[in-house]
Write a protein that binds this ligand. Structure first.
Ligand code: SF4
Ligand code: SF4
Length: 74
């Protein structure tokens, strides 16, 4: 379970891996995996996120959100 960062994919906006899959190649720390035609978040890798936003920029339908959980405690 991630303590600091949560990466979320909005499945209503995501067009699927066959049509896109850009997030999987974009992330330098392998946070995106595959399940069938859907990208999934590899939970145990989430705190490796560098907040580089490459996945967000690669996702044309704007389906990815990076939540900074640590900011909730400020
Ligand atoms: S980049 Fe966005 S639309 Fe493309 S597979 Fe990933 S989450 Fe889905
Ligand atoms: S912000 Fe960067 S490190 Fe974090 S999930 Fe997206 S591509 Fe990966």
């Amino acid at each position: 379970m991630s303590e600091f960062i949560r990466v979320e994919i909005d499945s209503r906006k995501c067009v699927g891996i066959k049509e896109c899959g850009e997030c999987i190649g974009a992330c330098p720390v392998n946070i995106f995996g595959k399940k069938g035609d859907h990208p999934v978040i590899i939970q145990k890798n989430q705190d490796e996120c560098t907040l580089c936003d490459l996945c967000v920029e690669a996702c044309n339908p704007d389906a990815i959100a990076i939540k900074k959980l640590y900011e909730n405690n400020l």
